[in-house]
Ligand binder design. Sequence first.
Ligand code: SAM
Length: 268
Amino acid sequence: MKIDILTIFPDFFRGPLDYGIVRRARETGLAEVNIHDLRNFTKDKHRTVDDRPFGGGEGMVLKPEPIFECLESLGGLAPRAERVSGSARQSVILLSPQGRRLDQSLAAELSTLERIVLICGRYEGVDERVGEHLADREVSIGDYVLSGGELGAAVIVDTVTRLIPGAVGNEASTRQESFTDHPELRGDGPSSTCVSGGLLDYPHYTRPADFRGMGVPEVLVNGNHEDIRRWRRKSALAKTLRNRPDLLERIALSEEDQQLLEEARSQH
Ligand code: SAM
């Protein structure tokens, strides 16, 4: 996948994209990330990227020209209509608190694309024409306001890159994580034992079994596969009930899930 990031702070990305899975994906060519400094697309000697908003009001707004010109310089990008219709496997994304909220299913959708471009706003935001005529979607990383889109872009690169086939050593692990729902993996086979099914992930423990008097659930040490599977499922349900009950309303629970949830509720 090719990823371009448009920003007025290119140095911001020294670091966040240089570790772990993202770094490996970049080194092996699974993900090619290019950072573009919007100031290189200004024409005045002060390299001005912002201006006051029409109609007055607080703060400054990122001007459209550097963003349009930077994007046009990239080459190989399909027209917006083709990106919107999905006939081009590309997306130009404007980071915005007003956008569609990023979640695992959006990350999975983006990970199937060949190319994404991330436009980072700053100040009071970005001239609206960027969102209307250049970007084909706006994405928010959560219901809060950041000072700029750079953190959001790094979050998207991270979450999308790890879903590109081959980026994570053990592919099954990305399918077993919190929020991930793969109905085709539910069932009785061994790979189905800990698929999250849209729930939060179950708790994980490693050695030592006794750490400063804090133990590991007995079932994980001495239980059989079936007991472990049930314990993990029940723990995932209990954690979801405790921290994210809204997720329970969105997923179809099996009869066993409902029974385990009842047990979790009664122990709550
Ligand atoms: N005036 C805007 C508003 O109230 O919606 C907020 C602008 S914010 C201070 C500046 C930039 O940070 C935005 O243009 C966007 O690129 C980025 N940003 C802020 N919060 C974000 C979020 N939750 N998700 C993604 N990007 C965000």
